[in-house]
Design a binder for this molecule. Structure first.
Ligand SMILES: NC(=O)c1ccc[n+]([C@@H]2O[C@H](COP(=O)([O-])OP(=O)(O)OC[C@H]3O[C@@H](n4cnc5c(N)ncnc54)[C@H](OP(=O)(O)O)[C@@H]3O)[C@@H](O)[C@H]2O)c1
Length: 316
């Protein structure tokens, strides 16, 4: 007679020592498999990766690592001297000269030119890392504005990346599977939609944190828009107070290394364990919850409408 043996009966039938032996054999294999899967990385050889703000800090570290792994790295910054020093280092490490794009992200016209050059030069784009940014105190505590008259941190840290991502999307989609990584922060301040440009009660910390939450809100929306395209987008806080120019400028004593934050960014760029995941925020390598406003669909819609209008991409 053919019968069905339930799990409970099976457990009673199999002697416990046989089960223990089986578990002892399987468990180490499973642990190895799980940790290999966790640590395994996509082969970056020949992949084209654009990293904004790669002439300094954590972006520079990520560019060097990716170039050493065989990626075609497109570096970006404002300073030609810093870019040349990095390009020389990359050439020494990988034998290849990276392409350098110079653009001041405080000008939306320059952002547009920059995107157009990348589209003209590059047949494919596998990864776009929106990393460039200014800290809370880079050029002193006073409120500053961009070339277009917008609050400077909102413009450089958020709007420029929003515009670049949209302009580069056709190339990313054509190169799918592709990834966008938005380098944000755990420093997040809700947007006051009556005063997005922070004309009242300004502080560099608030401006920085508002721009970082905006990046995360954009990440969530863009992920929904990109569903089914093979392009994923995630945001992260790389590490707390890394030893970089922006942290030193704010007078804070660094508590993390550039390597720690860089490795968290590299994981989102190439980690197999996050392949296909999208619209998420990570604190280092851990999935995390952002400020509550990030999960407010109405707030995201207001930011989205405003961003399309400010960048001139769409009227609504
Ligand atoms: N450091 C931290 O502890 C920390 C923590 C959380 C998040 N983050 C985020 O990590 C990212 C990188 O920060 P970092 O600490 O590595 O900073 P960093 O060392 O100060 O480097 C910033 C980079 O952004 C570029 N940049 C700044 N303003 C620009 C502009 N107007 N136009 C074009 N490029 C511009 C700089 O280019 P130039 O060489 O031309 O100046 C530089 O390459 C930022 O998005 C930051 O918010 C950092």
């Amino acid at each position: 007679m053919v019968g069905v043996i339930s799990d409970a009966v099976l457990v009673r039938m199999v002697p416990w020592h046989a089960m223990a032996k089986f578990t002892r054999r399987i468990y180490p294999w499973w642990l190895r498999w799980a940790s290999d899967r966790k640590a395994s990385s996509m082969n970056m050889a020949g992949k084209t990766v654009l990293i904004t703000g790669s002439t300094d800090g954590v972006g520079r570290y990520v560019a060097l690592k990716l170039a050493a792994a065989g990626a075609r790295v497109l570096i970006h910054g404002r300073d030609t001297q810093r870019a040349q020093t990095l390009a020389d280092e990359i050439k020494r490490a990988s034998g290849r000269e990276p392409m350098f794009y110079q653009a001041d992200l405080s000008s939306l016209a320059e952002v547009r030119e920059f995107a157009q050059l990348v589209l003209d030069d590059q047949e494919r784009l596998d990864v776009f890392v929106s990393n460039a940014g200014i800290g809370s105190q880079n050029e002193g505590p006073a409120r500053q504005t961009s070339k277009d008259g917008y609050e400077l941190r909102f413009a450089v840290n958020y709007l420029a990346g929003f515009l670049l991502a949209h302009l580069l999307l056709p190339r990313l989609k054509a190169s799918a599977p592709a990834r966008i990584v938005n380098v944000a922060s755990v420093g997040q301040h809700p947007i006051d939609f009556d005063d997005v440009m922070i004309t009242k009660n300004y502080s560099g910390g608030r401006a920085y944190a508002q721009s970082k939450l905006s990046q995360i809100m954009f990440t969530i929306d863009l992920a929904a828009e990109l569903e089914g395209t093979g392009v994923t987008v995630n945001a992260l806080h790389p590490a707390t107070y890394m030893n970089t120019t922006m942290v030193r400028a704010s007078g804070v004593t660094p508590i993390s290394t550039v390597e720690q934050g860089g490795d968290a960014i590299l994981r989102l760029i190439q980690g197999e364990d996050v392949a296909g995941q999208s619209g998420l925020f990570f604190d280092g390598k851990r999935k995390a919850r952002a400020h509550a406003q990030a999960y407010d669909a109405e707030a995201r819609q207001r930011l989205r409408t405003l961003s399309f209008a400010l960048t001139g991409l769409r009227a609504s």
